[in-house]
Design a protein around this ligand. Structure first.
Ligand code: SME
Length: 161
């Protein structure tokens, strides 16, 4: 049984450190990409406060296709370059959006979402997926979250390739 917890009173850096440690433990020695994405979505959901969606879109035949996630049912296919996820996949850059309603082309899967953080996952020089975190709070994500999401994305390149 896995039983990872965070201390809600701990700071953000500690939450990310704890999440990264849990992810390392859960994906160690496991090569199945779906299993690893599913567990990482569950861990992010449980260990990062204030989210209303946490999960993955995979690059499949030149578009993004919904992967394992926690939260409300979401759009299944997103064109590269479209919305926040498509921008992250097309540019290879983390997208940290304080107000999704101000982001041109934002795709509203859940009307409650107000801010969003999307990190591309790169393996062998290609974006293979994106990690998408949504929050109902405006400006939920900051530079510390960007750094944490980059570390998580780097860790996952092997685990989901
Ligand atoms: N809002 C995203 C779409 C995915 S959902 O948030 C789960 C976007 O604009 O790419």
């Amino acid at each position: 049984m896995y039983d990872f917890r965070i201390d809600p009173a701990a700071d953000k850096a500690t939450h990310w450190d704890d999440l990264l440690s849990a992810v390392r433990a859960v994906v160690a020695g496991e090569r199945d990409a779906v299993a690893n994405m599913a567990n990482v979505a569950a861990l992010a959901w449980e260990m990062l406060p204030g989210l209303n969606w946490a999960g993955f879109y995979r690059v499949v035949d030149g578009e993004l296709v919904l992967g394992p996630f926690q939260g409300r049912p979401a759009c299944i296919r997103i064109a590269l370059g479209a919305g926040v996820c498509g921008a992250a996949a097309a540019s290879g850059e983390v997208q940290c959006v304080a107000d999704v309603h101000a982001f041109p082309g934002h795709i509203a899967c859940d009307a409650a979402s107000a801010s969003e953080l999307v990190a591309p996952i790169v393996a062998k020089g290609r974006v293979i997926a994106v990690l998408d975190l949504d929050s109902p709070s405006r400006a939920r994500f900051d530079e510390e979250d960007v750094a944490g999401a980059r570390r998580l994305a780097a860790l996952l390149a092997d685990a989901i390739a």
